[in-house]
Design a binder for this molecule. Structure first.
Ligand SMILES: NC(=O)c1ccc[n+]([C@@H]2O[C@H](COP(=O)([O-])OP(=O)(O)OC[C@H]3O[C@@H](n4cnc5c(N)ncnc54)[C@H](O)[C@@H]3O)[C@@H](O)[C@H]2O)c1
Length: 278
């Protein structure tokens, strides 16, 4: 995947989560260093250790990985995690923002609870704003690097930011007003910061998965009884995606092969938004 720089991944502590898959993918793809930031710092340390083993097995013995506590809804904690990244590695080449919550309990708008709505937006929307804002400031001050010397077109970049949206960034899933609203807002943050950051050589993209086999989906199954079968019926490929399939897309959008792509909302959904399963 031609990743050569330093990666900062939020939400990398989820057991079998998307952020964790991204951390391991960065380690295997040749990243020089990784900072895993999560509200569950013990799990983030575990991911950092697994990433070191993955890098060693992929012949990247100089790879370094650390973990840091972060609550993405808290600006001071985001600031200090980003400062730690810069102190550890000198720069942030790739940021993947995967920290988020499913925002339950779910249910129709008529019975929805405003405090659950605000809590979901606080983590998913304000957290995305804070990460994008503070990481952009750090990237803007660093020297651009040529990240693919073999390319016909020189590929200079100050950094890339990849944000986890969802297919619910573009469509509505019934009974999930807080999650749908948050994911629609996230695509707005992603597109706007992509335009704002063009002149700084920073690309910002969003990934919009449908249902991926992670603990977050399990949480949704628990919160919405009977969700599993209709959910699978709505995916033409008839299965959940894997965290590794999302990580592949995150690394593509973080690396030089996507050098002309910014502000996109890349849908990874097994065909879900195309229509009914045949
Ligand atoms: N799993 C899916 O089907 C799916 C589909 C579309 C989009 N997504 C999005 O992908 C992202 C990752 O989802 P996942 O399925 O890997 O979830 P996950 O629960 O496995 O991982 C989320 C991680 O975020 C961390 N986290 C939660 N709140 C935090 C906070 N305030 N500050 C810092 N860290 C916090 C958790 O500790 C966890 O490690 C989320 O943004 C989610 O909305 C997931």
């Amino acid at each position: 995947m031609d990743i050569t720089g330093y990666a900062f991944v939020t939400g990398g502590g989820g057991k079998n989560g998307i952020g964790k898959a991204c951390c391991l993918a960065f380690a295997k793809a040749g990243a020089r260093g990784l900072l895993v930031a999560d509200i569950n710092v013990e799990a983030a340390k575990q991911t950092a250790d697994e990433a070191k083993s993955a890098a060693a097995a992929s012949a990247s013995p100089k790879f370094r990985a650390e973990a840091v506590y972060i609550d993405v809804a808290d600006g001071n904690l985001v600031q200090s995690a980003v400062a730690e990244m810069v102190e550890l590695f000198g720069r942030i080449d790739c940021c993947v923002h995967s920290a988020g919550v499913s925002g339950g309990p779910h249910g129709p708008i008529v019975g929805n609870n405003f405090s659950d709505f605000k809590r979901t937006l606080d983590i998913n929307v304000n957290g995305t704003y804070l990460i994008t804002n503070i990481v952009s400031v750090a990237m803007k001050t660093q020297e651009p690097e040529e990240n693919d010397a073999t390319s016909v077109q020189p590929r200079f970049t100050r950094g890339t930011i990849v944000i986890l949206g969802s297919v619910t960034s573009t469509i509505a899933v019934p009974g999930m007003v807080q999650y749908n609203t948050a994911k629609h807002a996230i695509i707005g943050i992603s597109k706007t910061s992509a335009i704002d950051n063009v002149t700084h050589g920073i690309r910002v993209n969003c990934i919009c998965p449908s249902w991926i086999d992670t603990p977050l989906v399990q949480q949704s199954y628990d919160l919405v009884p009977g969700l599993e079968q209709p959910l699978l019926d709505g995916i033409p490929m008839g299965r959940l995606g894997t965290p590794e399939e999302v990580a592949d897309a995150a690394l593509f959008l973080s690396g030089p092969k996507s050098s002309f792509i910014t502000g996109c909302g890349l849908i990874i959904d097994g065909g879900m938004i195309l229509g009914a399963k045949t």
